[in-house]
Design a protein around this ligand. Structure first.
Ligand SMILES: CC(C)(COP(=O)(O)OP(=O)(O)OC[C@H]1O[C@@H](n2cnc3c(N)ncnc32)[C@H](O)[C@@H]1OP(=O)(O)O)[C@@H](O)C(=O)NCCC(=O)NCCS
Length: 199
């Protein structure tokens, strides 16, 4: 099945929220009850300053009508980081313990998930590139669970786009798992993860 990738405005995202949360629990391997518990947070995020999102949809090719937008199969969103946000304060605490500070001008990549059936086709990479292409902040920050040898799709994707370590094995309040916080300066170049070096 073909897919189509498009930006979502916050209203469209809220309309598609149950589907987006469905993709999230499938991708993360969480039980379906998690959809209900995360819905208020995702809804609230969509009202934050600088929210933007990109999604992939199944796109059945219709004779004469071209591509249609079918079920949502991948979601990527984030917003401008700011004091007072839970994630900002958590990361600020981790950095503060090391005498460091959060950058003042960053976008938080909050969620990036591709339905398992659609993984490994470049959709996650394309969603993240499209998401970052429209951002005006000087950098992007995210957190991802630590995994041995950084051996999963998320780590490979972030490393391939040039993300580097901000915090490692960090414990967010209320979650026993260690996380990494990663960042990347913006803008991304068109090809490859790294900024082009002047020759
Ligand atoms: C992380 C995640 C979003 C990546 O999405 P994805 O669509 O599978 O990623 P991509 O297809 O762009 O890249 C994955 C692999 O496909 C390969 N690939 C890229 N473009 C491709 C293409 N056109 N055709 C085939 N394979 C391709 C990449 O090289 C990559 O290979 P690798 O994993 O061996 O390095 C997805 O795996 C996911 O949802 N995981 C679970 C949820 C999760 O961990 N989210 C992040 C939490 S922080």
């Amino acid at each position: 099945m073909d897919t189509v990738i498009t930006s979502l405005d916050a209203g469209e995202f809220r309309d598609r929220l149950p589907e987006a949360l469905g993709v999230y629990v499938d991708a993360m391997g969480y039980p379906p009850q998690v959809i209900r518990s995360r819905a208020p947070a995702w809804m609230e995020h969509s009202h934050r300053d600088g929210w933007s999102g990109v999604a992939a949809f199944e796109s059945p090719r219709r004779r004469f009508l071209g591509h249609a937008r079918g079920p949502l199969v991948a979601i990527c969103y984030g917003y401008r980081g700011a004091p007072g946000q839970w994630w900002y304060e958590q990361v600020a605490r981790g950095l503060g313990d090391q005498g460091r500070q959060l950058p003042t001008d960053y976008v938080e990549l909050t969620e990036l998930h591709v339905s398992p059936r659609y993984q490994g086709r470049g959709i996650g990479t394309e969603l993240l590139r499209r998401f970052l292409a429209d951002r005006t902040e000087r950098s992007v920050l995210l957190s991802t669970p630590e995994v041995p040898e950084e051996a999963n799709g998320a780590w490979r994707l972030y490393r391939s786009l040039g993300f580097s370590d901000v915090l490692r094995a960090y414990r967010f309040e209320g979650d026993a798992r260690p996380f990494a916080v990663l960042s990347r300066s913006l803008p991304l170049t068109q090809h490859g993860g790294s900024r082009e070096q002047p020759s």
